[in-house]
Design a protein around this ligand. Structure first.
Ligand SMILES: [Zn+2]
Ligand SMILES: [Zn+2]
Length: 106
């Protein structure tokens, strides 16, 4: 592992996350939902529809520093929320820190 930064996320997190999603074929590993790969047109979809079809990367051990591939899995937004809701109990979809983890930037 490289030098630790004050940011909990690795600098190349976006690249790592992309690799994980790519190798999952842009499908949720939990419910098998086919999500939208980047570059695909989302015209005509509402914000919440796009959100629902966004693939995200989850840290199985809830440790964002741990970017070993076997700690990562690609899941859709709603499955990802379930993992975190179950754990913390009170995450609302509007919670920004979670969206940051999810890699959602819109
Ligand atoms: Zn899912
Ligand atoms: Zn997660």
């Amino acid at each position: 592992m490289l030098k630790k930064s004050h940011n909990r996320y690795a600098e190349n997190w976006v690249d790592i996350a992309f690799e994980v999603k790519q190798s999952a074929d842009w499908k949720c590993s939990k419910c098998n939902l086919q999500c939208i790969p980047p570059g695909d047109s989302t015209k005509g979809l509402s914000r919440s529809e796009r959100m629902a079809l966004t693939l995200t990367v989850h840290h199985k051990n809830f440790t964002p520093e741990d970017n070993r591939l076997d700690n990562l899995c690609a899941v859709c937004t709603s499955c990802h929320l379930l993992y975190h809701c179950r754990r913390k109990g009170n995450i609302s979809p509007g919670q920004l820190s979670l969206w940051k983890e999810l890699g959602i930037n819109y």
